[in-house]
Design a protein around this ligand. Structure first.
Ligand SMILES: Nc1ncnc2c1ncn2[C@@H]1O[C@H](COP(=O)(O)OP(=O)(O)OP(=O)(O)O)[C@@H](O)[C@H]1O
Ligand SMILES: [Mg+2]
Length: 261
C-alpha cells in the first residue's frame, strides 16, 4: 500500500532564499506526524506546497500514490486534503454558523451537485450544527467570527477543515495563542479523531508534540535534519544543537517551546 502522502525531493526558492531544499517525507495512512523546527525553517512553506497554494521550484507531491504536484488546492481538497492556517483564514463578518455551513456546502456541492432542495438544505444545516457541537461552538453559532476569542477562532478553523471530511489534515500551529485550557481541549479533540484521518501538525509546544505525535520530523534551513519517534528526536544531539542557540534552558523537553518567538 502506498503512503498517503509523499514529498519527493521538494525545493522551493524565493529569489536566492532556499526555503525548502530537497525535502523528502513519507506519511503513512493513519499516522500523526509532528513537524518541528526553528522559526523560518520552512514548515509553513512545506504545508503550502503540500496543499497546492504554492508550487515547488522542483520535486513532486503524491497523495495516495497519485502525483498531485500540478493539482490546484481545490482538486487536492476533493481528494481528501484539508488544512488550517497559522494565521486565521475566516470570513470575519459572517457568523460562526455561516462560516461552517459554507464549508459544508462547498464539499457537498463538489461531491453531489449544487445543493438546492429543501432536504439538501436541512441536511447541510444538521451537519453544520453537528460540527459546531464537536468543536464546542454551539453557544457561539450566531456570533460574527470577528467577535470570537483567538482560541475560538482556531476552533472554528478546525470545524471548517473537518467540514471537508478529510483523509489528510494539515494543522499549522493549532494551539498557538491559546490558553492552557483551550490547548488541552484542542489536544483532546485531535486525539479523538479516527485513525482513518491522517494528521500532520506543525507545533512549537513540545507537550502537544509528545501528546499527539507517533513520529517527529525536524526541519532546519529547509532540510529534514532528523526524523523519528518523539523520545529519540528529543535526545538527538543534532536537534539539541539546533535549539541550544535559542533556548538552552527548555531545549526539547516537555514544556519547552523551541523556536517560538
Ligand atoms: N512568499 C514568500 N516570499 C518570500 N519569502 C518567503 C515567502 N514565504 C516564506 N518565505 C521565507 O521562507 C522562509 C521559511 O518561511 P516559513 O514561513 O515556511 O517558516 P516556518 O518554519 O513556518 O516559520 P515559523 O515557525 O516562524 O512559522 C522564511 O525565511 C520566510 O521569510
Ligand atoms: Mg510557519
Amino acid at each position: 500500500m502506498p503512503d498517503l502522502l509523499e514529498v519527493a525531493d521538494v525545493h522551493r526558492h524565493f529569489g536566492g532564499l532556499r526555503a525548502l531544499n530537497g525535502v523528502n517525507l513519507a506519511i503513512g495512512a493513519g499516522e500523526r506526524r509532528a513537524i518541528i523546527g526553528p522559526n523560518g525553517a520552512g514548515k509553513t512553506t512545506l504545508f503550502n506546497v503540500m496543499a497546492g497554494e504554492i508550487a515547488p521550484t522542483s520535486g513532486r507531491i503524491f497523495l495516495d500514490g497519485e502525483d498531485v504536484t500540478r493539482r490546484k488546492p481545490y482538486e487536492r481538497s476533493t481528494r481528501g486534503l484539508a488544512r488550517t492556517f497559522q494565521k486565521n483564514n475566516l470570513f470575519l463578518g459572517l457568523s460562526v454558523f455561516e462560516n461552517v455551513r459554507l464549508a459544508v456546502q462547498r464539499r457537498r456541492g463538489v461531491s453531489f451537485g449544487v445543493v438546492s432542495s429543501a432536504n439538501g438544505l436541512s441536511d447541510v444545516n444538521a451537519e453544520t450544527l453537528a460540527l459546531l457541537d464537536q468543536l464546542d461552538l454551539r453557544t457561539r453559532e450566531g456570533a460574527p467570527a470577528r467577535e470570537l476569542s483567538y482560541g475560538e477562532q482556531r476552533q472554528l478553523e478546525m470545524a471548517i477543515a473537518l467540514a471537508c471530511r478529510p483523509r489528510l489534515l494539515l494543522l499549522d500551529e493549532p494551539t498557538a495563542g491559546m490558553s492552557p485550557a483551550e490547548t488541552a481541549s484542542m489536544v483532546d479533540l485531535i486525539k479523538s479523531f479516527s485513525r482513518e484521518l491522517t494528521v500532520l501538525i506543525i507545533e512549537h509546544d513540545m507537550d502537544v508534540v509528545f501528546a499527539l505525535a507517533d513520529r517527529v520530523t525536524v526541519l532546519h534551513y529547509g532540510e529534514v535534519l532528523v526524523e523519528g519517534p518523539p523520545v529519540e528526536v528529543r535526545n538527538n544531539p543534532e536537534v539539541l544543537a539546533v535549539y541550544l542557540g535559542t533556548n538552552p534552558a527548555s531545549s526539547l523537553h516537555p514544556g519547552g517551546v523551541p523556536g517560538s518567538p
